[in-house]
Design a protein around this ligand. Structure first.
Ligand code: RB5
Length: 152
């Protein structure tokens, strides 16, 4: 599958390893930046990954910032993106299997290269099961957004 990968300065060191890991798993990485500029901002890279995914250039995304936190909530602002920080392998695959997670967020200041590579393997190796109860829960997640948008 095609996988969009991006990182701000906090995640830049891990980005090359992430690209290499995606490729070594037989997937096609799409480098959406950055270049390690200390003044860059993680939402810009989340946006680039979101654009790649919403225009069909990538099926999944990996965004790396310092902690993974900012990237995860920025990515969840994009319709159709289900993103989370996963620093354990169980969450990295179960988030896909149960919750149809399509963007993995990593903290470049939290995880080392080898753990990051394992997390990417777990994430890309997983598929959404599509079981009724998981679909039902995702619909409820979407309904929360709709409901609270109409309150504003
Ligand atoms: C950048 O210094 C840092 O704040 C950012 O990468 C990230 O950790 C935000 O969640």
């Amino acid at each position: 599958m095609r996988v969009a990968v991006a990182a701000d300065h906090g995640g830049f060191v891990l980005k090359q390893r992430a690209l290499d890991e995606v490729r070594s798993l037989g997937h096609e990485p799409l480098d959406c930046g950055g270049v390690g500029d200390a003044g860059d901002d993680y939402p810009d890279f989340v946006r680039a990954v979101g654009e790649a995914m919403t225009t069909g250039r990538a099926e999944r995304g990996i965004v790396i910032c310092g902690s993974g936190v900012g990237a995860s909530f920025a990515a969840c602002k994009i319709p159709g993106i289900r993103a989370a920080v996963c620093h354990d392998t169980y969450s990295a695959h179960q988030g896909v299997e149960h919750d149809n997670m399509n963007v993995l967020c990593l903290g470049g200041r939290i995880v080392g290269e080898e753990l990051a590579a394992e997390l990417i393997r777990a994430f890309l190796g997983a598929r959404f099961t599509g079981l009724d109860r998981f679909v039902r829960r995702l619909r409820k997640v979407d309904a929360i957004e709709e409901e609270f948008r109409s309150h504003q």
